[in-house]
Design a protein around this ligand. Structure first.
Ligand SMILES: O=c1ccn([C@@H]2O[C@H](COP(=O)(O)O)[C@@H](O)[C@H]2O)c(=O)[nH]1
Length: 238
């Protein structure tokens, strides 16, 4: 179903605002909990979402040495979430340790392990910033592709990439590799800090499994209308 492909981030500062947003958009089945909300409120929001039968993307983007990343992944896997993120630039040792840790954490807690997916390159980074600020000599989509392949070789379930690279990643990584795209912008929405965006229909056509769409919906004057417009757009191509 189209609506299951859209993940909406709960990028709000506190629990009350999060619950208000979930109440305002009952048609959303998949919510993302990220750094802001999790840092301010901890795992309570995860229990609330689960009690409402929502799917959960816990987007904590772990980035650390293998031992620390493994510990964080073990803990995160115990929450019974559906998706969990880690940066591909952690390197192969940490990625492999994370893969093992989510299995251990989930098994110990008696839950299903989350799909572990790797951030390839944040969608707020432009090609210019990649070269001049980060001093990375590879161009896009090559850098994102190499990060996705590293994640795949390390045993991860998928990757987070911009919709501008998802076509190349799909071609190289195959259909079983989960590709999740933030940085998606309907033509009527502002881009904000997103630098490598495409529209929802373009992202789906290029091969994305899931679209993460936040402010175009959550900051809209009428979030329900914005949601309906996006669903309608995706329905024209799927
Ligand atoms: O490369 C990335 C990885 C994660 N994100 C997250 O997705 C949402 C996007 O929100 P919008 O309001 O639609 O811009 C946000 O929670 C980010 O933390 C990303 O944008 N890019």
């Amino acid at each position: 179903m189209t609506t299951d492909k859209i993940i909406v981030p709960l990028d709000v500062p506190d629990l009350d605002s999060a619950i208000a947003l979930v109440d305002k958009l009952p048609q959303v089945t998949f919510w993302k909990v990220g750094l802001e909300l999790f840092t301010s409120t901890g795992p309570t929001i995860l229990e609330i979402l689960k009690s409402r039968q929502k799917r959960i993307f816990l987007d904590l983007k772990f980035h650390d040495i293998p031992n620390t990343v493994a510990g964080a992944c073990r803990a995160a896997a115990s929450y019974g979430v559906d998706l969990l993120t880690i940066h591909a630039t952690n390197g192969k040792d940490a990625l492999k340790a994370a893969v093992e840790a989510v299995q251990i954490g989930a098994e110990k807690a008696g839950t299903k392990p989350p799909k572990l997916i790797a951030i390839t390159l944040l969608t707020s980074i432009s090609t210019r910033q990649l070269a001049f600020d980060l001093k990375i000599p590879l161009e896009l989509p090559e850098f994102a592709l190499q990060m996705a392949l590293l994640a795949q070789e390390s045993g991860l379930d998928g990757a987070v990439c911009s919709p501008q690279e998802v076509g190349q990643l799909r071609e190289s990584c195959g259909n079983d590799f989960l590709l999740v795209c933030p940085g998606v912008r309907p033509t009527w929405a502002e881009k904000g800090d997103q630098k490598r965006s495409l529209s929802p229909s373009q992202a789906i056509l290029a091969g994305a499994d899931y679209l993460v769409i936040g402010r175009p919906i959550t900051a809209a004057a009428d979030p329900e209308l914005a949601w309906n417009q996006i669903v309608e757009e995706i329905n024209t191509v799927s």
